[in-house]
Design a binder for this molecule. Structure first.
Ligand SMILES: NC(=O)c1ccc[n+]([C@@H]2O[C@H](COP(=O)([O-])OP(=O)(O)OC[C@H]3O[C@@H](n4cnc5c(N)ncnc54)[C@H](OP(=O)(O)O)[C@@H]3O)[C@@H](O)[C@H]2O)c1
Length: 240
């Protein structure tokens, strides 16, 4: 078994996921770069290695059972366990997403990736996480998931019946994992990165991917006895 802490970041070939991988790598972790495209994954791994990160590629499409099972086998063979899982991969699904006109196929596709993908990956990795002395699961959520913020108005993104509710669904699922895993050493939390300039939003965000990665990195490196079942952003707790 590896002495280094082993992490897997899904959707790590670009954007916030790439910076989470870089940040965990800079903290000495061995980082699995989960990415579905062979070329994009290879470029990201190469770039991380050039920056001194102990990075390795993990072919991973979070919507595909066989791909996820193969990723678990790869980690099993490479490290025999997993210490940190960051469920970062997600899609917006494109528009229009106003509830009165949204295409149901859009909602299904978004939920398949952003919610079922997280459950699929988490459950495949749990046997490996259970072998860790300090396992951490971080689910990349969003401030738009907050029903409190949505119902109080303010700047919570465009009206959306797919992307925003998928993240609310993810938060709800996160809490159910916390309940089931109560009494274990696995800390499970949700993270909001803020509004970050990435391909996801046509680079309209005002934060850098590195800034967006900070909360997830903090939650991935929590000390034993740290919080579980929380929803956090840089400024602190996000209301559900
Ligand atoms: N950017 C923001 O302002 C913002 C705000 C709140 C929350 N978030 C959340 O932060 C996370 C990262 O977003 P981002 O802004 O960095 O987006 P991004 O640049 O679009 O990156 C998304 C990543 O997810 C991957 N991905 C999508 N579907 C996948 C699948 N089926 N299997 C495996 N990987 C898949 C993408 O891979 P490909 O390159 O192959 O497409 C890419 O690596 C997401 O969970 C997002 O919802 C972002």
């Amino acid at each position: 078994m590896s002495e280094r802490t082993i992490a897997l970041v899904t959707g790590a070939n670009k954007g916030i996921g790439y910076e989470i991988a870089a940040g965990l790598g800079a903290r000495g972790m061995s980082v699995g770069v989960g990415a579905r495209d062979d070329g994009r994954r290879a470029v990201a791994v190469e770039k991380l290695r050039a920056a001194g990160v102990d990075a390795f590629g993990v072919p991973l499409d979070v919507t595909d059972d066989e791909s996820v099972a193969a990723a678990a086998r790869l980690l099993e063979e490479r490290a025999g366990r997993l210490d940190v899982l960051v469920n970062n991969a997600a899609i917006t699904g494109g528009g229009p997403q106003e509830p009165t006109v949204v295409d149901l196929a859009t909602v299904r596709t978004v939920v398949e990736t952003n919610v079922l993908g997280v459950i699929r990956v988490t459950n495949a990795m749990l046997p490996l996480l259970r072998r860790s002395t300090s396992p951490r699961i971080v689910n990349m959520s969003s401030g738009v998931a907050s029903l409190t913020r949505q119902s109080q108005g303010g700047d919570v993104g465009p009206i959306s019946a797919a992307y925003a509710p998928s993240k609310t669904f993810l938060n709800a699922v996160t809490i159910q994992y916390v309940k089931e895993l109560q009494g274990t050493n696995i800390l499970v939390n949700a993270a909001c990165p803020g509004y970050v300039a990435t391909d996801l939003n046509g680079h309209r965000g005002h934060r850098t991917p590195e800034q967006g990665a900070a909360t997830a990195i903090r939650l991935a490196t929590l000390p034993d006895g740290g919080p579980t079942g929380g929803f956090f952003e840089d400024a602190g707790v996000v209301p559900w």
